[in-house]
Design a protein around this ligand. Structure first.
Ligand SMILES: [Zn+2]
Length: 336
């Protein structure tokens, strides 16, 4: 990282402290489940670890206000195991949070703001891939009651709700069940997430969805050509819905040659130049990615993004929007 002048460094740290820093995706819950942590002993939220990217001590150091914890079940099929894993993840989300004073589970923007005032971190529960819903809208309502406030219909494969990136049907449209689930989510007040959808289902969402949606962890395809990133037209479609894209730190989505915090901010620049400063935020994908960009080795390094935004001459207001204000705007509109 380029070193900042002292006044710039002070401004960056002040802004980062002031900001509601929102990260809309991590896969850390998997590492809290012994049976899902890939043969390594399960970690705990409250213990600083030299493994993985997120734990409470490092979140506090990185100045994160609200972290979305995704439940990714890793099954390719709609099988009862997916439901079981998701329910175990709901359990571990609450148990790990309740074991710590410094973090609270949240379901509304008001709770996020109150937690920030109280000097606490927030955890928001999301479901990545609708396999655990088993094609049944009643399970969508059950997961809502369990505190899930963000949902994507598919990981990379097919579910009864939509096609993921690598499971595209020839026509690629959202099935009726997907359209019904979008309506149900609007009624309940849940944030819809398009990351991992195939492009044609994305466009179907643009056509049928009312109000804002997010891409919780997707970058710009024009900066790094990867199918998990959004094309310029897709970014315009998301912006037309007043949505937000969360910048993903996965090196393959940042830069195929060398991923750095500077290259990540190039994606932010691109989105801002294309649709203005209101449609970009953070969605690290921490603990779901094997390696990290230089300068973003774990969540404690989050302030490096703010430093780079300051170095590039972004104004205070825009920096606060990018760090979390934009995502909070969507939460305000969608979550009841
Ligand atoms: Zn993902």
């Amino acid at each position: 990282m380029v070193e900042l002048k002292r006044s710039e460094e002070e401004r960056a740290l002040r802004l980062h402290r002031e900001a509601l820093v929102v990260d809309t995706h991590c896969d850390t819950l998997m590492q809290f489940l012994p049976q899902r942590s890939r043969g390594t002993p399960a970690r705990h939220l409250g213990e600083r670890s030299d493994r993985g990217h997120i734990d409470l001590p490092r979140m506090v150091e990185g100045g994160v206000t609200c972290q979305t914890f995704a439940m990714y079940t890793g099954t390719r099929a709609v099988v009862p195991e997916a439901l079981l894993t998701a329910l175990q993840m709901v359990d571990v989300f609450y148990r790990e949070i309740e074991a710590n004073e410094g973090i609270v589970p949240v379901t509304t923007p008001g709770e996020i703001i109150a937690a920030k005032k109280a000097g606490k971190v927030c955890g928001l529960l999301s479901l990545e891939g609708a396999e655990p819903l088993m094609g049944d809208l009643s399970l969508l309502r059950v997961f809502y009651r369990l505190g899930v406030r963000m949902l994507s219909f598919a990981w990379n494969w097919r579910t009864p709700f939509a096609d993921g990136l690598y499971a595209k049907r020839s026509e690629g449209k959202l099935p009726d069940l997907g359209v019904k689930a979008l309506e149900e989510m609007d009624m309940l007040g849940m944030v819809f997430d398009v990351s991992h959808l195939c492009d044609s289902c994305f466009w179907d969402v643009v056509d049928v969805k009312k109000g804002p949606f997010i891409a919780s962890h997707s970058n710009c395809r024009a900066v790094c050509d990867h199918p998990r990133n959004l094309t310029d037209d897709m970014i315009r479609g998301l912006a037309d819905h007043c949505g937000v894209m969360g910048m993903n730190f996965a090196p393959a989505f940042v830069d195929k040659h060398k991923a750095t915090v500077e290259r990540l901010v190039d994606h932010i620049d691109h989105s801002v130049k294309l649709v203005g400063p209101d449609h970009v935020g953070l969605g690290s994908d921490f603990d779901g990615i094997g390696s990290t960009p230089e300068g973003l080795e774990d969540v404690s390094k989050m302030p490096n993004i703010t430093r780079e935004l300051v170095r590039r001459g972004y104004g205070d207001e825009d920096i606060l929007k990018i760090l979390g204000g934009n995502h909070l705007r969507v939460f305000n509109e969608v979550l009841k």
